[in-house]
Design a protein around this ligand. Structure first.
Ligand SMILES: Cc1cc2nc3c(=O)[nH]c(=O)nc-3n(C[C@H](O)[C@H](O)[C@H](O)COP(=O)(O)OP(=O)(O)OC[C@H]3O[C@@H](n4cnc5c(N)ncnc54)[C@H](O)[C@@H]3O)c2cc1C
Length: 401
């Protein structure tokens, strides 16, 4: 019997999971997925989990995703690549051999060395961070019986907009459940660039500015954060009092690539050819690859499928196809039942945008799961996880409603 071709996929996010799913349909391959987590973080709904939604809405266990698939799943943090022996070694010294390697490690948070930012700010890039933020908001309200003087979100990209748009309503709910008098909540959105969503058009920024103001969010553009301590955020040295500062302003490529001497493009991403190969037998995709729309879940899913299909062609001695980037649709929600849709030059906002976002989330789940599982995942949006005793007591009390 001929030996099976070993494909090692490292990184269990959108790109890696999609590639592993597609490749494991081919029984001539021996597919292994190595990731430092045992679930897929569904980032687009993580802001919802951080503001009262259930954990299940933004994470999909690999046991669910890969039920019935023909592959091996391993947990470990890949740290080094041995090109000569074709192996990957993890932090805990596991060694994995490959014939073809697919790397989809995603990005990591970048605090730009701002004094105190890593220590004192909250973030929402993982379930742990989202839970920490939620726990902090509840704890702070139950200990002080009043909201923070300012809840500050740093970064007016999509994640910052989503979070700042949801926070006023969420904090209002939590105050009510804690039996506190209704008060106006101060939510500030801080951005170093001159306008919101600076990577989009001025029209998008104008629409979002109007929306944020309507939600009561105070906008600070052209504002560079210079430091933070336990009680204050400093903008150009000037302090703003707050105990709840949330950093959404920066990510950078996974350090694995620099540490293992990959060629890095001027955008900080890994240089790849038209087949998304960084080197012979090594593919890099999703957020890590220097492609036109890198940085979006849709792109990572597309890349995963593209690399899997092309690799299968290559192993059957067929001509490989060249990568074609696809213009993604961006849909950014801001507050209840409202989202802005951006597709090239087409911009649309409001309730219809929110409906489209709901549909896009369902399509995203369906891309990774069967119909029944995707439906269950989608419906988990309407459930809540509450660790807070005061909130649970309020929810169970019929007089609360
Ligand atoms: C808060 C937030 C909201 C977002 N919202 C949207 C949105 O609404 N729409 C959209 O299109 N995009 C959104 N994005 C971007 C989108 O999530 C990413 O583009 C997408 O996740 C990239 O997929 P990926 O497979 O490249 O990386 P990821 O999905 O990040 O997956 C990387 C995986 O690799 C694992 N890993 C990392 N290092 C190692 C290692 N050394 N060894 C082993 N495993 C490792 C990680 O744990 C992770 O599981 C959002 C991102 C964030 C952070």
């Amino acid at each position: 019997m001929s030996k099976k071709h070993k494909v090692l996929v490292v990184g269990g996010g959108f790109g890696g999971v999609k590639a592993a799913q597609e490749l494991s349909k081919d029984y001539t391959l021996e597919v292994t997925l190595l990731s430092d987590d045992s679930e897929l973080r569904y980032y687009p709904t993580l802001f919802h989990t951080a503001t009262g939604g259930s954990r299940a809405n933004s994470s999909i266990p690999f046991t669910t995703i890969f039920e019935g698939y023909n592959l091996t799943i391993k947990k470990g943090l890949a740290t080094s690549l041995d090109r000569h022996n074709k192996t990957i070694t993890t932090k805990d010294d596991q060694v994995f051999k490959y014939d073809t390697l697919i790397l989809a490690l995603g990005v990591v948070t970048n605090y730009f060395n701002i004094d105190g930012m890593k220590e004192y700010s909250y973030s929402i890039k993982s379930q742990r961070e989202a839970s920490e933020l939620k726990r902090h908001i509840h704890k702070q309200l139950s200990q002080t019986h009043r909201p923070d003087p300012n809840y500050i979100v740093i970064g007016a990209g999509p994640t910052g907009i989503e979070l700042a748009g949801t926070l006023p309503e969420y904090i209002g709910h939590v105050m009510k459940r804690h039996g506190l008098q209704p008060r106006k909540v101060h939510v500030d959105l801080v951005e170093a660039a001159p306008r919101l969503m600076p990577s989009s058009t001025p029209q998008v920024s104008r629409i979002l500015t109007r929306r944020m103001k309507r939600l009561g969010v105070k906008i600070y553009c052209n504002s560079t954060v210079t430091g933070i301590d336990a009680n204050n955020l400093k903008i150009e040295g000037k302090p703003i009092r707050s105990h709840t500062v949330i950093w959404t302003a920066g990510v950078t490529n996974n350090p694995f690539f620099k540490n293992n001497n990959f060629v890095i493009s001027q955008h900080g991403k890994v240089a790849v050819n038209v087949y998304l190969q960084a080197e012979d037998n090594i593919y890099v995709l999703g957020d890590n690859a220097n492609t036109p729309y890198s940085g979006l879940a849709q792109t990572a899913l597309l890349d995963g499928k593209f690399v899997a299909d092309n690799l299968k062609r290559h192993l059957r001695n067929k001509t490989m196809k060249s990568y074609k980037a696809m213009l993604p649709v961006s849909i950014v929600p801001a507050g209840k039942h409202w989202a802005i849709v951006i597709w090239g030059g087409i911009v649309m906002s409001g309730w219809l945008g929110w409906l489209l976002r709901e549909a896009a989330d369902f399509v995203g789940f369906r891309d990774l799961e069967s119909w029944p599982k995707a439906s269950k995942q989608f419906l988990s949006e309407f459930t809540q996880d509450n660790e807070c005793v005061a909130c649970n007591r309020a929810i169970e009390n019929p007089l609360y409603w």
